[in-house]
Design a protein around this ligand. Structure first.
Ligand SMILES: CC(C)(COP(=O)(O)OP(=O)(O)OC[C@H]1O[C@@H](n2cnc3c(N)ncnc32)[C@H](O)[C@@H]1OP(=O)(O)O)[C@@H](O)C(=O)NCCC(=O)NCCS
Length: 161
């Protein structure tokens, strides 16, 4: 199966596993597909090649990176934890709405029992509803002057009740 495009049907089972250096390309590819589908109005200042290089040289090397992997190695999603920050959570478009996001957030809470924070774009209403269903609370709004997309965003935190 083509690792870049073939994330499988929404119903195929996935396992969550830590990403290795060799997974950087597939992790970046699922991120790129997810971002393009979910955030068509957000202008990315980085090229696809720059995103792939960032995953290879920074993300997978330095941060706790997890993949959702389907049968045959198809990558259905990627999650990145940077300290207390849930810095990336992106599913393949055909894998949204199947419970994988819930599993990733449960894993993040298990790995960071003291709490988590994250930024999401204000325009990303589905993601905001998703995080709020998982107990995240909005605490800070910006007009986008602190992110490179220059897109208004909102910071969420979760603390163990
Ligand atoms: C946000 C995300 C991680 C949630 O994971 P999930 O497993 O899809 O979670 P849910 O099934 O609870 O769906 C969350 C929301 O996504 C939307 N959604 C779900 N399935 C969808 C699909 N097939 N197509 C489009 N949107 C879908 C829904 O609006 C849903 O919210 P709602 O039920 O309140 O309307 C996942 O949808 C995703 O990767 N989205 C694109 C990337 C993104 O926005 N990441 C967050 C960046 S901070």
């Amino acid at each position: 199966m083509n690792r870049e495009a073939g994330a499988g049907s929404g119903t195929e089972p996935v396992v969550l596993r830590r990403a290795r250096a060799a997974d950087a390309r597939a992790a970046a590819d699922v991120w790129l597909r997810s971002f393009a589908a979910a955030l068509p109005t957000v202008v990315r200042p980085r090229s696809d090649a720059e995103v792939r290089a960032y995953f290879r040289h920074v993300v997978v090397e330095r941060y706790e990176t997890w993949l959702a992997e389907g049968p045959g190695g198809a990558v259905a999603g990627v999650m990145v934890l940077e300290g207390e920050e849930l810095s990336q959570l992106y599913l393949a478009p055909e894998r949204r709405g199947c419970g994988i996001g819930d599993r990733f957030v449960a894993l993040a809470k298990e790995r960071r029992a003291d709490g988590l924070s994250l930024w999401t774009f204000q325009v990303n209403a589905p993601a905001r509803r998703f995080y709020e269903r998982h107990g995240f609370t909005p605490v800070e709004w910006t007009d986008g002057d602190r992110n490179e997309e220059r897109e208004p965003d909102v910071r969420y935190v979760w603390r163990r009740p």
